[in-house]
Ligand binder design. Structure first.
Ligand code: HEM
Ligand SMILES: *[C@@H]1O[C@H](CO)[C@@H](O)[C@H](O)[C@H]1NC(C)=O
Length: 321
């Protein structure tokens, strides 16, 4: 009898659990984007998304178009993958609350990736940056020789270093991977760039994943290749015109997010990296210990948390000049 009771209770529990899980599977309603619930209850697409968000989103974009909803760890996230529609999300302050999943301070790794790239991957970039520093030293009448009288660059002088700025932005383009999420505070209709209207439910999230933009071959030729001068025009000035399908993009580089939640430390971060690089190149000779070592891959396990880190350390020697 006792055994039967246990059996009945167990069956009931299992039944109500499956009913609960069944109910958590969402059906698409009129006007809503296509939905993918994933195979696993609750978790949904989280595992596949977490393993490689870029690939996950690229496959869905091919299948569904520029907007689709995925269940990820109990949340329903509508991804907008068309960069021309980014502004619909970023400017839509009224119905969307921002929520950040980004590592706040990621400078250390960024700095590492940047100098690593210049000394290791591109002698040309190193030369351009060294030139820029030398010009600035000349203009400001400073010499790095005297350690008691260290070189000082003002913010305006750091701002004027376009080659270094471009190189830093190129490193950020290749290594940033944070996801921007906004929570819908009520049911509303989101109008995309092409005029398509999407019904969004209260409590759902809208997700932008700028890495997809950063690796788009329509926007950046050979997107996986590091080109230090990508963000410079032929006159050596900052380049701000990037195109997709022949149309100029408002958003082409978003390592710091955008809109109300955009990183307030971005100018500080970039100036600090510039200062660090300038001092490093002025005062030290550096060399990789093993110049033929393969380039470390970026560690994808930290995706969604700001800047990707190299998968392992690289040894180098340095000497005061
Ligand atoms: C290269 C270095 C850095 C990168 C790539 C970076 C990236 C980001 C990103 C992606 C966000 C979220 C933006 C969004 O969701 O729209 C963010 C937010 C934030 N960052 Fe940074 N950041 C960097 C350096 C810094 C520094 C140096 C500081 C402070 C001195 C800082 C302070 C913050 C704060 C306070 C927020 C939260 C802003 C908010 O929620 O309103 N960050 N950062
Ligand atoms: C690099 O990006 C920052 C913001 O992300 C921007 O303010 C700066 O002007 C850019 N510099 C260059 C040279 O592209």
């Amino acid at each position: 009898m006792a055994a039967l009771n246990v059996w009945i209770v167990g069956t009931l529990a299992a039944l109500s659990l499956s009913l609960f899980l069944l109910l958590k599977i969402r059906r698409r309603r009129e006007g809503e984007p296509p939905i993918e619930n994933g195979w696993i209850p609750y978790i949904g697409c989280a595992l596949e998304f977490g393993a490689n968000p870029l690939k996950f989103l690229q496959i869905r974009q091919k299948k569904y178009g520029d907007a689709f909803t995925c269940k990820i760890a109990g949340n329903f996230i509508t991804f907008i993958t068309d960069p021309f529609s980014y502004s619909s999300v970023i400017r839509h302050g009224k119905n969307l609350d921002f929520q950040t999943i980004a590592l706040k301070i990621s400078r250390r790794f960024t700095t590492f990736i940047i100098w690593f790239y210049i000394i290791y991957r591109s002698q040309e970039a190193l030369k351009a940056v060294k030139n820029e520093i030398e010009n600035l030293l000349c203009v400001t009448n400073q010499k790095p020789g005297d350690i008691n009288n260290p070189i000082i660059f003002t913010r305006e002088q750091l701002d004027s270093m376009t080659a270094m700025g471009s190189l830093i932005n190129e490193s950020l383009r290749l290594s940033s991977a944070s996801i921007m999420l906004r929570v819908a505070t009520e049911d509303f209709v989101l109008t995309l760039d092409g005029g398509a209207k999407l019904a969004i439910r209260k409590g759902d999230q809208i997700g932008l994943y700028p890495q997809q933009l950063h690796f788009d071959p329509d926007i950046y030729e050979d997107p996986l290749v590091f080109k230090y001068d990508r963000f410079m025009d032929e006159n050596g000035r900052e380049k701000t015109t990037f195109y997709k399908n022949g149309r100029k993009l408002k958003y082409y580089l978003m390592p710091f997010g955008s809109g109300t939640s955009m990183c307030p430390g971005r100018y500080f971060a970039i100036n600090e990296i510039k200062q660090f690089l300038a001092l490093l190149l002025c005062y030290y000779d550096m060399e990789l210990l093993d110049a033929s070592a393969p380039i470390p891959l970026l560690d994808n396990s930290r995706v969604g948390f700001g800047i990707l880190q190299p998968s392992h350390d690289i040894q180098f020697c340095y000497r005061l000049k």
